[in-house]
Design a protein around this ligand. Structure first.
Ligand code: UDP
Length: 234
C-alpha cells in the first residue's frame, strides 16, 4: 500500500490517502493537547506507543464483534485504516467521575457512580466540543436515530469488553471517548483508543496511567504510556 498526499492534519494525527481508494494511513504524532488545546506539548514516542496500543485494542474489539476502521499496522507510527465518513461526535462513557464531569458537577475525582454515564459532545474546536444530547443530534441531523442506537449499543459493549480487558492488566477503566464513522451504510469504530482517550488507573494504587499525567503535570508521562503498552502487549 503506497502512501500518497496528506488529506487532513489534526492535533495528534495526520491522515494520508493511499493508492487504494477505500483506505487511508493514520499517522500518530507526539504532539499532545488538552483542555480544548489550551495546553500543548510533546510526549516523547507517544505516537509510536499510541499506534501500537490502539492497534492492540482495535484487534481485541474486532475479535469480539465490534466493527472498527483498523486494518493493520504499517510502521511504528502508522496504521492502515478503512476510509469512513466521520460523525462530528464524541461518545464518552464514564464509570467513575473524573475530568470535566467533576468540574461541571463539583464532584470528587474518582467518585463511584450508580451506573455508567454516557455523554455526547459535538466535535467543534471553535465551540470547544460542547456537550449535547440525543435531541440535539436528532434536531441538527448529526446522525439518525438508528445510527445513534448503534453507536450507543457499541459504546456500552465496548465499555464491558474494555473494562474486563484492562482489569486483567490490573488497570481500571475510569472513562473513555469514542468516535464513529460510516462506510457502505455500516457504522465503524474509528479514531484511536489509547491513554490519550481513556482514563486508566492502576488497581489498588490508583496511579494515573494516562494523559492526566500531562494534564495535571504529574511527571513520568512517557513512562505511563509505556507501561500501558507493555501491559496490553502481554
Ligand atoms: N477525551 C478525549 N478527547 C476529547 C475530550 C475527552 O479523548 O476531546 C477523553 C478523555 O481523555 C477522558 C474522557 O474522554 O478519558 C472524558 O474526558 P473529559 O470530558 O473528562 O475531559 P477533560 O476536560 O478532562 O479533558
Amino acid at each position: 500500500m503506497q502512501k500518497l498526499k496528506k488529506i487532513y492534519e489534526g492535533k495528534t494525527k495526520i491522515l494520508y490517502e493511499t493508492d487504494s481508494p477505500g483506505h487511508l494511513i493514520q499517522y500518530f504524532k507526539d504532539d499532545t493537547t488538552c483542555f480544548n488545546a489550551e495546553k500543548k506539548g510533546f510526549i516523547e514516542r507517544k505516537g509510536i506507543m499510541n499506534n501500537k496500543i490502539s492497534a492492540k485494542i482495535f484487534g481485541f474489539l474486532e475479535s469480539h464483534g465490534v466493527r472498527t476502521h483498523f486494518e493493520r499496522v504499517v510502521s511504528d507510527r502508522e496504521m492502515l485504516i478503512r476510509k469512513v465518513e466521520m460523525f462530528p461526535l464524541e461518545v464518552i462513557i464514564r464509570n467513575r467521575a473524573a475530568g470535566s464531569m467533576c468540574r461541571a458537577l463539583n464532584l470528587e475525582e474518582g467518585r463511584k457512580l450508580e451506573c455508567s454515564v454516557l455523554e455526547y459532545t459535538y466535535k467543534c474546536d471553535r465551540l470547544k466540543d460542547p456537550l449535547i444530547n440525543e435531541y440535539h443530534i436528532r434536531a441538527l441531523k448529526i446522525a439518525s436515530d438508528e445510527e445513534v442506537e448503534v453507536m450507543k449499543d457499541y459504546a456500552f459493549l465496548i465499555n464491558n469488553l474494555l473494562t474486563k480487558f484492562f482489569v486483567r492488566l490490573n488497570v481500571e477503566l475510569i472513562d473513555f471517548k469514542l468516535e464513529f464513522g460510516k462506510r457502505k451504510g455500516k457504522i465503524l469504530l474509528a479514531d484511536e483508543i489509547s491513554p490519550d482517550t481513556c482514563r486508566l488507573w492502576e488497581v489498588g494504587t490508583e496511579e494515573r496511567l494516562d494523559k492526566d499525567r500531562f494534564r495535571q503535570d504529574l511527571g513520568k508521562v512517557e513512562e505511563a504510556y509505556q507501561e500501558v503498552l507493555t501491559r496490553v502487549s502481554r
